[in-house]
Design a protein around this ligand. Structure first.
Ligand code: NDP
Length: 327
């Protein structure tokens, strides 16, 4: 038996509760992992609260990511004792996830824990931080250099936003943080923002083309914010869109694309190929300051995950949340 959060949906409603789970109930998989740490991402908030239909099977252990130690394996790449990280692949949505003491998954889904990080640090980064890295890598691949101009980061106090700011600053970019919590401006500057703007500037319906302000954008918000970010991107610039914290819609025009040649990159962490994941984790190991990571990371016990998930969706969590599972 092990402790875990279990989501059930029946006539009595939708519930996420800490309970004892029998190992015999674990799903199929060729690797079993003792989960040391997990985390709360936006999608975990949606899954735990049931606010969006993220969970596709019931009962479900939520948690789209985890870090831990292999305890059994019939997969050629993994042996007992290996330290591993998992992000995405539908874990916590269609396959039991990381907010429980034991997880059983496909070995093909796992990445080796980078030597630079402890399991806790890997989860302080979590899927949000790994996605921030994917966004930064997309802007780099586009050819955007630190001297090219400002990079807008939306949802700046969130997990993706905080890690993106830290990465961009470390790489020499001038990052501009957009936030609905201007009272956190000093904190955002301490983790990498050169300037902080009120997200209200971007949240309302805007013009098809605005002032050419951004060399690049990391957007975790979507909706009008993403449309305005595109409209304010300089000739030839690029926008990496990964999130929908402000809405799933994209009320934009083609003007920035056909008149300014901007590029919109879609960033998906869930099904990203293994080679890209490995590259992103290697880059995080190189380019993310672990001390800075700690400055925007809060630790909670597993039992608090349901309550903090609701806070996360309410926009009351700053940065990242790591969940102590069996560590
Ligand atoms: P967080 O909840 O940690 O951060 C989201 C941030 O967005 C908040 O802190 C807030 O920042 C801002 N925000 C919240 N509500 C609104 C709103 N209504 N309008 C504008 N801004 C808002 O989430 P994560 O950082 O974990 O994830 C961010 C987004 O990225 C989510 O939509 C998530 O689903 C997505 N995501 C996508 C992935 C992918 O593979 N594509 C992987 C990981 C995340 P502030 O207070 O500073 O304004």
């Amino acid at each position: 038996m092990f402790e875990g959060i279990l989501i059930t949906k029946d006539d009595a409603g939708y519930r996420a509760q800490l309970q004892s789970i029998d190992e015999a109930q674990l799903p199929e998989g060729d690797v079993t992992v003792q989960v040391a740490w997990s985390t709360l991402n936006y999608k975990d908030g949606l899954a735990i609260t049931g606010q969006s239909p993220v969970v596709r099977r019931f009962p479900m252990v939520p948690g789209i990511d985890f870090a831990g130690t292999v305890t059994a394996s019939s997969h050629a790449s993994w042996k007992v004792g290996d330290q591993v990280v998992l992000n995405g692949w539908g874990v916590g949505e269609t396959h039991w996830g990381g907010l429980a003491g034991v997880a059983r998954v496909k070995g093909d889904w796992l990445v080796r824990l980078p030597e630079a990080f402890s399991a806790r640090q890997a989860m302080a980064i979590g899927t949000a931080g790994y996605t921030a890295m994917l966004c930064v890598m997309a802007l780099e691949r586009h050819g955007i250099q630190p001297g090219d101009g400002d990079i807008l980061v939306t949802g700046a106090n969130g997990g993706v936003g905080s890690v993106a700011l830290a990465l961009l600053a470390r790489l020499g970019y001038r990052a501009v943080a957009s936030t609905g919590r201007p009272q956190e401006a000093e904190h955002l500057k301490s983790i990498g923002a050169a300037e902080v703007i009120d997200r209200a500037e971007l949240a309302a319906p805007g013009k098809a083309l605005g002032k050419e302000r951004w060399a690049g954008v990391v957007d975790a918000v979507g909706s009008h914010t993403l449309a305005n970010a595109c409209a304010g991107t300089r000739y030839g610039g690029a926008v990496a869109a990964c999130g929908l914290a402000g809405g799933m819609d994209f009320p934009a025009t083609v003007a920035p694309f056909i008149l300014r040649g901007i590029t919109l990159y879609g960033i998906d962490s869930v099904m990203a190929p293994l080679a890209l994941r490995q590259q992103a984790w290697a880059r995080l190991a190189r380019d993310l300051d672990p001390a800075l990571l700690e400055a925007f990371t809060r630790e909670i016990p597993l039992a608090q995950a349901p309550a903090v998930a609701a806070d996360l969706l309410a926009g009351q969590v700053r940065g990242r949340v790591v969940v102590r599972v069996t560590a």
